[in-house]
Ligand binder design. Sequence first.
Ligand code: CUA
Length: 320
Amino acid sequence: VFRGLPLLGLAGCGQAQSSLNIAGQDAGSIAELFWVMLAGAVVLWLAVNGAFYVMSRVLPGRIDQRHAARLLVGGGIILPTVILTALLVWGLALLPDPRRPGDGLVVRVTGEQWWWRVEYWPEGASAPIVTANEIRLPVGERTEFRLTSDRVIHSFWIPALGGKMDMFPGRETMISLHPDKVGTYRGQCAEFCGASHAWMAFSAVTMERADFDAWLAAQAADAAPPADPAATRGKAVFAQQGCGACHAIRGTEAVGTVGPDLTHIGSRLSIGAGRSPMTLDDLSAWITHTEALKPEVRMPSYDLPEDDLADLAHYLKGLK
Ligand code: CUA
């Protein structure tokens, strides 16, 4: 076990969820702060050790008390005060202001136990486009996030794009992010919020503006009718099992708002808020083993005949 530990430490570097894997302006400032502070710490460490060597090995017997006192005041008080003050002023100026206004697009995200309710408000929109558990953003512009929470404190964090921001019940916080690189990055709840805190993740997908507009238009549309007999049967299973009491599929009778909106669940990269990849097998596993996959989740596990389960998974996967 212990031989693997150093590898574990390295595993965090350069992968999708890292503050040093920069894909946005705000993450750039944070990474710059990290590297300069690290370089500063290395220089100070070397200087302190050098000074210690000189004071213990070279100076004794060669310096009088007055000079020794000056050395202590200069090296022990004045020099660190100047360096630390300079680093503080520079660091505060560099830190991204989370309240910087965006360029038009507003995304409202609500932290739920343990998933993300997501509403897109394009400029001038009178009603939101509702999705869940995935954030898509246009590159080259600043998007404003309005954050809130259901009943406990969560924290919204896409390390590749910027800093994190806490989400409080009954209060709205804000962060704005400016992605500048197309890609897929991992987002994660960064505040302990209960049994499945670790399973509260999401994909953040950054896209060119035209691709983003096409994607958003597709998300705004109602679900298409089932494309084949299996999907039609799956839709019937969804209705029989009462899934619509908690989930909405726009364009059908399912209008629940307790759980994630499933209108276009098949277009998402993951299911269960980053819990599993979007595959037929994982959809089936999610429906039948919900509580095992996400402890204390509010959705119960369903015991379905094999054919019904396959049709239901097929129907959901087809909701693109
Ligand atoms: Cu939500 Cu931790």
